[in-house]
Design a protein around this ligand. Structure first.
Ligand code: HAM
Length: 421
């Protein structure tokens, strides 16, 4: 038999590790829902054109997309990111604006798999469609900031930039093209070949040749038009008012094509630098139109949940042992199993977390399972207890030698409640 394993770049997330995911998702949901965002569930695959619109000149779309044709020959792709699907859904359903939505879903990118870089990763994201107000930029950034803080991370930093709009970006782009044209031989091999597709991306290249060649490149921040300058000023003021520290990074160019105006990235100082981005986002004021909808501004972020948990490991917060749900009671029944069946059902009905052993195992083996389960109480029913309609309660966290108590089956739920409070 072949040995089946997860495909390269993917992982199983098993208990108790998965409990951290539950907590992370619950915190994310609670933060964004309390700010008026509603959940969107969209398909994990879309017509490939939906994604081509968001990044024809990007690695994410050009090189890393899981693309396939289905049995009818439709060209489809697994989603490499969340924004394109939300914008497609907006154009398809035309909900009233501002449309504030969130999602938490896997994304797929055929990347070089390594720690913190997976072929299936998970993002928690929000998107707002239909408002240009710079205060929404502040809200969006603020919610991501609050999420990292509520998870317990202290080493997350925020970088901020503005990429201009349809008025000032073309002027900047031309200035950058002129600058790069004069330095083409100094760029890295890849960018010598493709720099013209998206000259801004050269600023984001980490190879030493490009870094050196663009050291004194012009920046979009110096080319912002009055409207973009005013927008950005209000965003910075708002972040200041919320006491969210940030650094301006005029070289911050995001890895997707759709960004305009405010762009931002969160990094964790606890992670290795190549994979330290724990989230990012920005405005995409032209994307809805590009997808066939009416002119509609948009902004959002995607937070990398896998990397957020790696940052949690490094900062020593949100450990599985701290957050994994503990059982209240484990029923040990060596009188036939009927008591275990009925008691666990009654306890669960009453809202307790209860489990039991199966297969009529020996008392010793069942008690071992009770210990291993992490339950607070073992509820023991042997033949004597069964005959007398009683249950022995053993507090598994009490010091050895602590006397055990016997109670009536009829009052068991109340007795368990007393022990747990
Ligand atoms: P992104 O920066 O490509 O943005 O991805 C967002 C986050 O997902 C990254 O900061 C990172 O934490 C995580 N991530 C990306 N690729 C991987 C990977 N291969 N393995 C592990 N984690 C990864 C977007 O996707 C945009 N849709 C964000 C956005 C929403 N912009 C506006 N709205």
């Amino acid at each position: 038999m072949p040995e089946f394993r997860t495909p390269k770049g993917t992982r199983d997330i098993l208990p108790p590790e998965s409990a951290r995911w539950e907590v992370l998702l619950a915190r994310f949901a609670s933060i964004v829902e309390s700010a008026g965002y509603g959940l969107v569930l969209s398909p994990m695959f879309e017509n490939v054109e939906v994604f081509q619109r968001v990044g024809e000149s990007t690695d994410v779309v050009r090189k890393e997309m899981y693309q396939f044709s289905d049995k009818s020959g439709r060209q489809l792709a697994l989603r490499p990111e969340g924004t394109a699907s939300i914008v497609r859904a907006f154009v398809q359903h035309r909900p009233p604006t501002p449309w504030k939505v969130w999602y938490a879903a896997p994304s797929f990118r055929y990347e070089q798999a390594q720690a913190g870089r997976y072929r299936q990763h998970h993002q928690g994201g929000i998107e707002v469609l239909g408002t240009e107000d710079p205060d929404i930029d502040v809200e969006v950034i603020g919610l991501a900031w609050e999420f990292f803080a509520r998870v317990g991370l202290r080493l997350v930093t925020l970088r901020l930039n503005s990429l201009g709009d349809a008025t000032c970006r073309p002027i900047y782009r031309q200035a950058l093209i002129t600058f790069l044209e004069a330095r083409l031989p100094q760029l890295c091999d890849e960018h010598q070949a493709v720099w013209k597709d998206n000259p801004l991306r050269v600023l984001d290249c980490k190879r030493s040749e490009c870094v050196a060649a663009t050291a004194d490149a012009p920046y979009q921040l110096d080319f912002l038009c009055d409207a973009c300058t005013a927008h950005f000023a209000r965003v910075k003021e708002g972040l200041g008012a919320l006491e969210i520290p940030f650094t301006l990074d005029p070289r911050l160019v995001r890895g997707l094509d759709y960004y305009t105006r405010t762009t931002f990235e969160f990094a964790s100082r606890a992670l290795e630098s190549a994979q330290n981005a724990v989230g990012g986002g920005g405005r995409y004021d032209g994307l809805v139109e590009e997808m066939g909808g009416p002119p509609t501004p948009g902004i959002g972020f995607g937070l990398g949940l896998d990397r957020t948990l790696l940052a949690c490991d490094d900062e020593g917060v949100l450990a599985a042992a701290e957050v994994a749900p503990q059982l209240d009671a484990f029923v040990v029944d060596f009188a036939g199993g009927t008591a275990a069946r009925d008691i666990t059902a009654a306890l669960r009905m009453a809202g307790f977390r209860a489990d039991r052993a199966f297969d009529g195992r020996s008392p010793k083996s069942q008690l071992k399972s009770a210990d291993r389960s992490g339950a607070r109480l073992a509820l023991i029913v042997g033949p004597d207890e069964a005959a007398a309609g009683r249950v022995t309660i053993k507090d598994l966290r009490a010091s050895p030698g602590t006397p055990q108590e016997q109670v009536d089956r009829a009052s068991l739920v109340d007795e368990v409640r007393k022990h747990l409070t």
